[in-house]
Write a protein that binds this ligand. Structure first.
Ligand SMILES: NC(=O)c1ccc[n+]([C@@H]2O[C@H](COP(=O)([O-])OP(=O)(O)OC[C@H]3O[C@@H](n4cnc5c(N)ncnc54)[C@H](O)[C@@H]3O)[C@@H](O)[C@H]2O)c1
Length: 274
């Protein structure tokens, strides 16, 4: 798949760029000499981070396609085009599937799945029209590769983001496109995700999803990295054209265990049939 080895002077849009991983990505893209636009739903944090990074801040709600279209229009009006889009904005509250309300599902899928869909639908034609192509980075999670209790709604969205990105990569490659795509699957990163409910819309207020600060949980599996480290992984993936951008290679055994369970089921089925 095509990568973008030279980023300097090109234009990037990072959603959820006011905080956490998005801010880390924006920091690293700016360090590469890119002209960076950060988009976020939180105006005060957006203004603060934009001035800190010397980036342009544009308020946008990724769950609303019209808002994402307005973001793209403002970005292209300002810079003429966009080369790199990081569909990163997201939320991470938790609840058991049995307790979820429809407001919970709509909030979670609206931001974490439709937010990425809106970004791809809106920006892919802009990137495809560039003579030198472009790159899309969709933020999923390790929970897009292996699912755990309390993360049902989150994992449904993140598995969707992984699938969307894998299929898009295959289609872009088959078309000989100069646009590449990566899916970022971070492990545990120090961010504000444990306070996601600050951005829950009043119209979807009825729910069981709750903020749980897993930084307070004494789980030996967790290895915490900083957002800038995740940003550096993203820069490498864009330059090389990597499909999978991973921050925690040491977590592979979790994914392998899932694959082994699926392989065992296939063997069992083959034995039953034979
Ligand atoms: N922190 C982790 O350990 C971790 C691990 C795996 C994946 N992720 C993913 O990383 C991404 C970034 O999360 P983070 O951990 O940096 O959290 P964060 O809360 O620090 O940053 C998320 C940003 O998204 C913004 N946002 C929320 N809803 C929005 C909306 N509707 N429209 C536009 N912006 C919106 C928030 O205001 C915030 O600035 C998310 O997609 C998350 O699922 C995080």
């Amino acid at each position: 798949m095509s990568g973008l080895p030279e980023l300097s002077g090109k234009v990037a849009v990072v959603t959820g760029g006011a905080s956490g991983i998005g801010k880390g990505i924006a920091t690293q893209l700016a360090a590469e000499g890119m002209r960076v636009i950060i988009a976020d739903i939180e105006q005060a944090a957006l203004d603060k981070t934009a001035s800190e990074l010397g980036a342009i801040g544009i308020r946008a709600d990724v769950s609303d396609v019209d808002s994402v279209r307005a973001l793209a229009k403002e970005a292209t009006n300002r810079f003429g085009t966009v080369h790199v889009v990081c569909n990163n904005a997201g939320i991470g509250p938790m609840a058991a599937i049995a307790d979820l309300t429809m407001d919970d599902w709509h909030w979670m899928l609206g931001v974490n799945l439709y937010g990425v869909i809106h970004g791809v639908q809106t920006f892919l034609p802009i990137l495809s029209a560039n003579p030198d192509g472009g790159h899309i980075v969709n933020t999923a999670s390790m929970a897009g590769l292996v699912a755990h209790a309390r993360l049902g709604a989150y994992a449904v969205a993140k598995y969707g983001v992984v699938a969307l990105t894998e299929v898009l990569a295959e289609e872009l490659a088959a078309a000989g496109s100069a646009v590449g795509v990566s899916v970022l699957c971070p492990g545990t990163v120090h961010t504000n995700i444990g306070r996601s409910s600050r951005n829950r819309p009043a119209r979807l207020a009825d729910g069981a999803l709750a903020d749980i600060d897993i930084e307070l949980e004494d789980n030996p599996v967790y290895r915490w990295i900083n957002p800038e480290d995740a940003g550096a992984v993203v820069v490498r993936a864009i330059k090389r054209g990597d499909l999978y951008a991973l921050t925690h290679p040491d977590w592979y055994p979790m994914v392998e265990q899932r694959h082994q369970a699926i392989a065992a089921a296939f063997r069992q089925q083959a034995a039953d049939a034979g």
